[in-house]
Design a protein around this ligand. Structure first.
Ligand code: DOR
Ligand code: ZN
Length: 443
C-alpha cells in the first residue's frame, strides 16, 4: 500500500518547506517523489503542516491492574487523538514491571490493544538487579528514588550505587527526596491539613533539588546515561546542564503551565508528583527548553477517576491526564510566538526518540517509520471534559481555548485518527531500541 501526502508544509530534519511525502507500507519511502509515482491513496494536505508523530516517553496507562482509570486501548486512543504515535509507559502498574516476564506480558497486552506504537520501562526494586542487567525489549530502567503512586521505592544508597554501577540500560528516576517529603508531611499533618495546596509545601523545592542532585551525582560518578524526568524547579536545571549527552531532561506541560496559584481554581486536579511550583519555575523551565538545557517535553499522563480525585487532601491521588492535549498546548505556544514549530517537533518527537535510542522514529526522513501527524496551526478549539478520550474523562485544562490542533494521525503508514474518527482495528507496533547507538548527542 502506497500513500502520497501532497502539498503539506513538512517539518523535515533540516528545513520546513512545502513537500510531498510518499509512504510505502509502514515506512517513509521518499520526500518529493517524481511526479506520477504510483500510489494507492492521496491525502491532500493543503493548508496543513506535516510533523513527525509525537513520542511521549512518559505515560502511566494502568494496564494491567488499575484499568478502571485507563487501559492500553483507551490510553492509546487518547494518544491518537493528540498526535502521539508512540508512547513509553512507566512500570508502576500492578504487578509492577520488575521482571522480563512481566514486561513481555505488557508487550503482549499492548499488541492486542494499542492503536499506536508502544514500549515499556522496567522498574528497579531493591531485589531485581539481575533482571535489570539482562533486560531486553525496553527503553530503560525507571527508579522511584522517591515514592509516588504505587509502592516502588529504592531509596538506600547501596542499592542505588549497585544499579548505576552494574546495569547498562539508560536510567530515569522519579526524584523527590523521601526523607524531606516525610519530614514536611509530618509537620503539616501535625498542624492540620488546609487543602490540596499543602501538596506543594510537602513536595517542595528542597525535595526535588536534593533527589535530583543525588541522582545526577550517581550518573556522573558511574558514567551512566540518565534522563531527569518531570523537572519542576528552576534550581534543578543547573544540576544537569552541559554534560555531553550523559544527562538529558524532561519538562511536562503541567510544570510549564500550572503553578501554586492554580490550586484555588483546580484543587486536586493539579495535584501531581512532583508537585507544581511557582510562576518563576514555569518561566525557568520554558527558558531551559528554549536554550536546550531541557530537551524533551512529555506528559507524565497519570489518570485517576474524578471520584478518586475529589477526595479531600491527602486522600486524593496525585496525577493528571494529558496525552490528548500536550501537542495542542505546545502548538498554542507557537501560535503565541513563544517558540517555533521546529522546536516543538524537536522537544516532542526527535529528542525523545534520540534519548531512548529508538530506531526509525521522530523524524520525517526516507526510511523512517511513517508515524506522521497533520496539524492545523489555525484551528481554534476549547478543551472540554466531555470530549476527552482518556478513560478518566476529564482534563485539568477543561475550558482552555487553544490554537493549533492535530487533524490526522498516521501510525506505521495507517491513518488511525482523522477529523474526530478513529480506526480502532489498527494496531501499533512494538518500538525498537538500539542501546548501542551511543546516546542522545551521537545520532
Ligand atoms: O503524580 C504522579 N502520578 N506522579 C507520579 O510519579 C506517578 C503518577 C501516577 O502513576 O499516578
Ligand atoms: Zn510519571
Amino acid at each position: 500500500m502506497r500513500t502520497l501526502i501532497r502539498n503539506a508544509i513538512a517539518v523535515l530534519p533540516s528545513e520546513t518547506r512545502a513537500a510531498n511525502v510518499l509512504i510505502e507500507g509502514s515506512k517513509i519511502l521518499g520526500i518529493d517523489p517524481p511526479a506520477g509515482a504510483a500510489c494507492d491513496e492521496t491525502i491532500d494536505a493543503t493548508g496543513l503542516h506535516l510533523i513527525p508523530g509525537v513520542v511521549d516517553d512518559h505515560v502511566h496507562f494502568r494496564d494491567p491492574g488499575l484499568t478502571h482509570k485507563e487501559d492500553l486501548h483507551s490510553g492509546s486512543i487518547a494518544c491518537a487523538a493528540g498526535g502521539v504515535t508512540t508512547f513509553l509507559e512507566m512500570p508502576n502498574t500492578i504487578p509492577p514491571t520488575t521482571t522480563q516476564e512481566i514486561l513481555n506480558a505488557k508487550l503482549d497486552i499492548a499488541a492486542s490493544k494499542s492503536v499506536v506504537n508502544y514500549g515499556f520501562y522496567i522498574a528497579a526494586s531493591t531485589e531485581n538487579l539481575d533482571e535489570l542487567r539482562k533486560a531486553t525489549r525496553t527503553p530503560g530502567i525507571k527508579i522511584f528514588i522517591g515514592s509516588s503512586t504505587g509502592n516502588l521505592l529504592v531509596d538506600d544508597q547501596d542499592s542505588l550505587e549497585a544499579i548505576f554501577a552494574e546495569t547498562t540500560l539508560p536510567i530515569t528516576a522519579h526524584c523527590e527526596d523521601e526523607s524531606t517529603v516525610r519530614k514536611n508531611q509530618a509537620r503539616i499533618a501535625a498542624a492540620g491539613y488546609t487543602g490540596h495546596s499543602d501538596h506543594s509545601r510537602i513536595r517542595n523545592h528542597e525535595a526535588a533539588m536534593i533527589a535530583t542532585a543525588r541522582a545526577v551525582d550517581l550518573a556522573r560518578r558511574h558514567n551512566h546515561r540518565f534522563h531527569v524526568v518531570h523537572v519542576s524547579t528552576a534550581g534543578e536545571i543547573d544540576l544537569f546542564a552541559d554534560h555531553g549527552g550523559l544527562l538529558t531532561a524532561e519538562a511536562c506541560p503541567h510544570h510549564l503551565f500550572f503553578n501554586v496559584d492554580d490550586y484555588e481554581r483546580l484543587g486536586s486536579k493539579v495535584q501531581m508528583n512532583p508537585a507544581i511550583k511557582t510562576k518563576a519555575d514555569n518561566d525557568a523551565l520554558f527558558a531551559a527548553l528554549l536554550d536546550g538545557r531541557i530537551q524533551v517535553v512529555a506528559t507524565d499522563h497519570a489518570p485517576h477517576t474524578l471520584e478518586e480525585k475529589n477526595q479531600p487532601y491527602p486522600k486524593s491521588p496525585s496525577g493528571l491526564p494529558a496525552v490528548e492535549n500536550s501537542l495542542p498546548l505546545m502548538l498554542d505556544q507557537v501560535h503565541r510566538g513563544n517558540c517555533s514549530l521546529e522546536q516543538v517537533v524537536s522537544w516532542m518527537s526527535d529528542a525523545p526518540a534520540r534519548v531512548w535510542d529508538m530506531i526509525g522514529k521522530g523524524r520525517i526522513q526516507e526510511g523512517y517509520d511513517a508515524d506522521l501527524v497533520l496539524v492545523d496551526l489555525n484551528r481554534t478549539s476549547t478543551i472540554r471534559d466531555e470530549n476527552q478520550r482518556t478513560k478518566c474523562g476529564w482534563s485539568p485544562w477543561h475550558g482552555t481555548t487553544l490554537t493549533g490542533w492535530p487533524v490526522r494521525t498516521i501510525v506505521m503508514g495507517r491513518t488511525v485518527f482523522a477529523d474526530g474518527r478513529f480506526d480502532v482495528d489498527h494496531r501499533g507496533a512494538e518500538a525498537v531500541f538500539d542501546h548501542s547507538l551511543g546516546g542522545y548527542w551521537a545520532t
